[in-house]
Write a protein that binds this ligand. Structure first.
Ligand SMILES: [Zn+2]
Length: 270
């Protein structure tokens, strides 16, 4: 009996050192995503770490960095980074043209902001898009707000994209939260049972700590999977309607009229 008690005590003592660190004793699969780039001083350093750690990731790139496409010499370094992302097996998604909060804008501007970069990026994009701030992808109890959200999400859908949000937000842009970023992320991976994790490759602090964070996630016993493990649509090619080569977007104009009735009392920027 004494032996049994001693053994039980020992096993309790050793639990904190076990591989599976989640309270349920399980390990989970995650996928890291990076928004707002590419930035030539930082994004290549993210790619270096991902390559060395053999981690597949997704980059939601901002269309304004590809203004005018390859014929614009100013886009050369941004395209060189995209080529490397593609070569090294990462997914590239759209973060739209300008970093605007779409539900605050007119249907015409929303459509333009979603469609504009696609011809410049069509050789790179998977049919996945993340709206800046997730703007439009959340549910609202306010019918007028929800009508705007629906307008945005319908435009994303009609352009042929699957919207990809996140399960775990690291808030890596927030300097105040940096000291607790890692323990909070590890806690949230357990709470959410894995999933898509949001980072920004334009944040110096993120670039500097990425290797340490990846190693910590691996040490907990979690694994990294490609985006299609979470979003099967990511495997498909970009459909023609994303570049305006399909008639389905005609519907967006009609939608604008419907939303306009609901929204006549709301001030819309521009
Ligand atoms: Zn963003």
């Amino acid at each position: 009996m004494k032996k049994f008690i001693l053994l039980s005590t020992l096993s309790v003592l050793f639990i904190p050192f076990s591989e599976a660190a989640c309270p349920d004793g399980k390990t989970y699969k995650v996928h890291f995503t990076f928004d707002d780039g590419p930035k030539s001083a930082l994004t290549p350093r993210v790619l270096d770490v991902l390559k060395e750690e053999k981690v597949p990731a997704t980059f939601f790139v901002l269309g304004e960095y590809f203004e005018g496409g390859k014929k614009n010499p100013a886009t050369k370094s941004a395209y060189a980074i995209l080529d490397r992302m593609k070569r090294e097996g990462h997914r590239i998604g759209s973060h739209t043209y300008n970093h605007i909060d779409h539900p605050l804008y007119s249907a015409a501007r929303v459509k333009e902001n979603i469609m504009k970069p696609n011809p410049w990026l069509k050789d790179y994009l998977s049919p996945v898009l993340r709206l800046p701030y997730g703007g439009g992808s959340f549910r609202s109890k306010n019918p007028a707000t929800q009508a705007k959200n629906d307008m945005v999400m319908n435009t994303v859908k009609k352009a042929g994209f699957k919207h990809v949000g996140w399960d775990i937000d690291t808030n890596d842009w927030d300097a105040k939260k940096r000291p607790t970023l890692l323990p909070t992320m590890l806690r949230d991976i357990c709470r959410e049972k894995g999933g898509v994790v949001l980072f920004h490759d334009v944040q110096k602090n993120t670039v500097e700590h990425l290797r340490e964070w990846i190693k910590a996630v691996k040490k907990e016993g979690h694994t990294f999977g490609p985006l299609e493990d979470f979003v099967p649509e990511a495997k498909k090619p970009l459909p023609p309607e994303a570049c305006g080569e399909d008639s389905t977007l005609k519907g967006v104009k009609d939608l604008e009229g419907d939303v306009g009735k609901v929204l006549e009392k709301i001030k819309v920027k521009e």
